[in-house]
Design a protein around this ligand. Structure first.
Ligand code: GLU
Ligand code: ZN
Length: 293
């Protein structure tokens, strides 16, 4: 096996909560169990959603839990020239096109086709601007899923969830790689960074599993290698919904790191640990259940 390089890639839209610590702990343990390196990447590419200072809070919370990265953390906001280079490559290859559609334009286009599509964050793009002769400014860049020699039918194996498949063209449609406000999207930035940082294994929350097929497909467009994936169980709140910053999950209490780590370990099926944070991390590394893949 080539060298194991893992990462934890939080978006600084708020402090870590019990759900995000599960992904952080799992990615750290997986790297340790493989004698690999563990990196931290602050995903602040969506500048309007970035909360000033949240990056430092997250790094402090990780440190209080004994989760230190093996190299200095990176910030996506300082790496936009890499994303621009990838976009330029997609433009040169004719794989992207400008699009001015708003969310309403997209639902209207589906209605005109006689189909009602749900108004949610996963609105499938109907391809309206694919062959448009001219578009107004400002516009987003969408990647063209309909390509003659590149299938959008993606299958991949998750180390916990098993075999997965998705047809990106029908399930997602042409997706945005640079928004009209010039922000590069998570999908593009993540694929570029995972390749540039030689990430071999991705360990993250199950809520992101649905993004995997489009990311693997985009890796093919950019001609970069793919990773091994492990999606960790989500933490649900009292209302049965997954914990997220959006539904008001409370920040981790950095003064009680062993308590927070024990909660995260239980979600991962590890037994609760006593003693110091360092002793707990060592014990869990030794019983880590996903060490083979
Ligand atoms: N930045 C993403 C998030 O916090 C995670 C990205 C990833 O692990 O691929 O939801
Ligand atoms: Zn459009």
């Amino acid at each position: 096996m080539s060298r194991y390089v893992g990462r934890f890639a939080p978006s600084p839209t708020g402090p870590l909560h019990a759900g995000s610590l599960v992904a952080a702990l799992a990615s750290w343990l997986d790297a340790r169990a493989h004698a690999g390196a563990w990196l931290v990447r602050i995903e602040d590419v969506d500048t309007p959603r970035t909360i000033p200072g949240a990056d430092q809070t997250i790094l402090h919370q990780l440190a209080s839990c004994g989760l230190y990265p093996d190299a200095p953390p990176t910030w996506q906001s300082q790496r936009t020239s890499l994303y621009q280079r990838a976009l330029t490559q997609l433009q040169a290859d004719g794989m992207v096109y400008p699009c001015t559609c708003s969310r309403k334009d997209i639902t209207d286009a589906w209605a005109a086709l006689g189909e009602q599509r749900p108004r949610n964050s996963d609105l499938i793009y109907p391809g309206t601007c694919r062959n448009a002769a001219h578009v107004k400014s400002p516009f987003a860049w969408r990647v063209r899923t309909e390509q003659p020699h590149r299938s959008t039918s993606i299958t991949w194996t998750d180390r916990r969830l098993g075999s997965q498949s998705q047809d990106v063209e029908t399930a997602v449609g042409d997706f945005v790689v640079q928004r009209a406000d010039a922000c590069f999207t998570y999908q593009l930035a993540m694929v570029v960074d995972d390749a540039e940082q030689s990430i071999s294994h991705i360990v993250r929350g199950e809520d992101l599993a649905d993004n995997t097929a489009r990311q693997i497909w985009l890796q093919g467009c950019l001609n970069v290698p793919t990773q091994k994936y492990l999606h960790t169980p989500l933490v649900v709140g009292p209302n049965g919904e997954k914990l997220s910053k959006q539904n008001g999950a409370t920040a981790l209490d950095s003064s009680q790191p062993l308590h927070a780590l024990n909660d995260a370990a239980l979600v991962l099926g590890l037994s609760s640990a006593q003693g110091s944070v360092a002793e707990a991390l060592l014990a869990w590394t030794q019983q880590w259940p996903f060490s083979k893949a």
